[in-house]
Design a protein around this ligand. Structure first.
Ligand code: Q9C
Ligand code: ZN
Length: 342
């Protein structure tokens, strides 16, 4: 299986994040990608290739042009008002406030285009996020070229980012951009299976009213875990997309044995849907050692996950999402890829 990776993704290197209401050392850091890349090489998963640079219009197929422009111009605007350190959003247009006005100040724009205060932005965030989206697009192109599988070693991750907002360490929805690209290049039914510990709220929302992109997600119950405001079992799609979203919220403390039945159910939906390609939003944060998560996967369980996904039997691309136990991240990620490859 080929791995797609760009060094440009390492340029987004936050020092701190706001977590649990306080400033802490950032966990979504370049070392995540570096350990996965090293393990891909050490365990000879396959060639590592650089992404192509895709035109912005592919990102704008799932993201609002004004949001994309905001990200592109962010650092210039942030420094223009005298700020020099990395940025965090801090004011939001919640219920009763307006989102349709023209805002000039960067603080207002930052809140308008974000969902949380936990996602640091820096001088190089835009170009890294762009390279991350290009990484996913290149993996999608590999499937279109006839490869049976591909690994997009994406960072920053994507599945919390929506049509016009960032959040949860995510800026562009890499899996969503790739799914739309596959649709735009002749495939009719795409399935996204999100196995990150956190619900993929951004991806779900992008395709909620569409039957052509199935969204399945297994994650920590949002009543107890981020992102709190989406990912419940009664969210099953709307309009033409009714029935094409499925969520399996699971309790904190879930181990592989308790997770496997939900995975089986998700695989049954895949069997019925018969996608022409599958995109796995591959978070590795269900791991027992993850510093911000509450599931209990062991490293071997990731082999089982890969094996089960292979049995679905469709061309599959893996898009890396979360996973913050740096020491085990390479092992866990490559376990999925090896389990899949057999
Ligand atoms: N106490 C991804 O895994 N904050 N994003 C958690 C922990 C947000 C995770 C706070 C976590 C976002 C891609
Ligand atoms: Zn996650």
């Amino acid at each position: 299986m080929k791995t797609v990776f760009s060094e440009t993704q390492l340029a987004h290197a936050p020092a701190q994040e706001i977590s649990d209401g306080e400033l802490k050392p950032a966990v979504e850091i370049p070392a995540r990608a570096e350990i996965v890349l090293k393990t891909v090489r050490d365990r000879q998963v396959g060639d590592v290739i650089a992404p192509e640079e895709f035109p912005l219009r592919h990102i704008q197929r799932v993201h609002a042009p004004d949001y994309v422009a905001f990200l592109e111009n962010f650092w210039q605007m942030w420094t223009a008002v005298g700020r020099s350190g990395e940025a965090f959003p801090f004011v939001w247009p919640v219920r009763s406030l307006r989102v349709d006005t023209q805002i000039n100040h960067i603080d207002g724009l930052l809140g308008r285009y974000s969902m949380d205060a936990g996602t640091p932005l820096g001088a190089h965030t835009y170009k890294a996020a762009r390279a991350s989206a290009d990484t996913a697009l290149t993996a999608a192109q590999l499937l279109l070229n006839g490869e049976q599988s591909a690994f997009a070693l994406c960072r920053p991750p994507g599945h919390h980012a929506g049509f016009d907002f960032l959040g949860g360490y995510c800026f562009f929805n890499n899996a969503g951009v790739a799914a739309q690209y596959l649709r735009d290049n002749g495939l009719n039914r795409i399935a996204i299976l999100d196995v990150d510990y956190h619900h993929g709220n951004g991806t779900q929302a992008l395709f909620y009213d569409r039957p052509d992109i199935l969204f399945l997600s297994i994650h920590a119950d949002p009543k107890d875990e981020y992102p709190y405001y989406l990912g419940y079992a009664d969210e099953t799609g709307e309009h033409a997309g009714t029935g094409f979203t499925r969520n399996w919220p699971l309790p904190l403390g879930t181990n592989w044995e308790a997770y496997a039945p939900a995975l089986e159910e998700a695989c049954r939906w895949l069997l019925v849907y018969k996608p022409e390609a599958m995109i796995v939003s591959l978070g590795l944060d269900c791991f027992e050692g993850d510093p911000i998560s509450g599931f209990k996967f062991k490293s071997e369980d990731y082999l089982r996950l890969g094996e089960r996904l292979a049995k679905v039997g469709v061309p599959t691309m893996f898009v890396m999402e979360g996973g913050y136990a740096i020491d085990a991240l390479g092992t866990n990620c490559v376990n999925v890829l090896e389990g899949f490859a057999g």
